[in-house]
Design a protein around this ligand. Structure first.
Ligand code: GLN
Length: 210
């Protein structure tokens, strides 16, 4: 069962619906016990970095998420959920992130990109082969964001996107933790492929551990 974390932030239901459409066992939960029983965890979200972290803390999920990741359980952060994986964000200087991937979240420079937020379809250039990209080769995905992640290490970058004169990390991975800045649940068939591929990662991880 994949658990989509319910931390009172936007756009959670559409991620659940996408997995349901794929006939992947999924549930929305804010209960840390559900995270412990989950075979894979997804942290989606549309909203502000500070609000996201405050909600995770209020629900006593911040430490539980880190514990579950440490067990090797596959974890997928989407959009805000990807940004919360990092150490800090310019969107909220006083709030630390989960720190699961070293790096920071930066505001797009209007002088480099023109319009902020980055809204619309854009290409994700695959930089490294990975199971979540199975069947894909540089397709377009849907983005809605004003900030982008800047990992400390380039080797966590799986996919990049060009926006104006800025190239940013659109997909990252560190061990059992994936992050995607674009919205697979809003990216039609290519997005469903990514979610289907992640459910395959979860299945493999569970078959290996049993
Ligand atoms: N759609 C979002 O919530 C994106 C996350 C973050 N607030 C950003 O603007 O980049």
């Amino acid at each position: 069962m994949i658990v989509v974390i319910d931390y009172d932030i936007g756009n959670l239901a559409s991620v659940v619906k996408a997995f349901e459409y794929l006939n992947v066992p999924v549930k929305l939960s804010s209960d840390y016990r559900a995270l412990a029983e989950a075979s894979g965890i997804v942290l989606p979200g549309v909203g502000a970095f500070g609000e996201g972290m405050e909600n995770l803390k209020r629900l006593k999920l911040e430490k539980r998420i880190i514990e579950e990741v440490r067990t090797g359980k596959p974890f997928f952060g989407i959009c805000l959920g990807m940004q919360l994986l990092f150490s800090s964000s310019e969107e909220c200087q006083e709030t630390a992130g989960l720190g699961l991937i070293e790096g920071e979240v930066k505001l797009f420079d209007r002088n480099k990109v023109g319009k902020v937020p980055h809204i619309g379809w854009n290409q994700v250039e695959i930089m490294k082969k990975d199971q979540v990209f199975n069947g894909l080769n540089g397709e377009n995905f849907y983005f809605v964001h004003s900030y982008y992640v800047k990992p400390v290490r380039d080797d966590v970058i799986l996919g990049k996107t060009n926006y104006g004169n800025q190239t940013f990390a659109a997909v990252v991975r560190r061990d059992n933790v994936w992050g995607m800045q674009c919205h697979p649940e809003k990216s039609s068939q290519v997005g469903l492929s990514v979610l289907r591929n992640f459910s395959g990662v979860v299945l493999n991880a569970n078959n290996t551990s049993n």
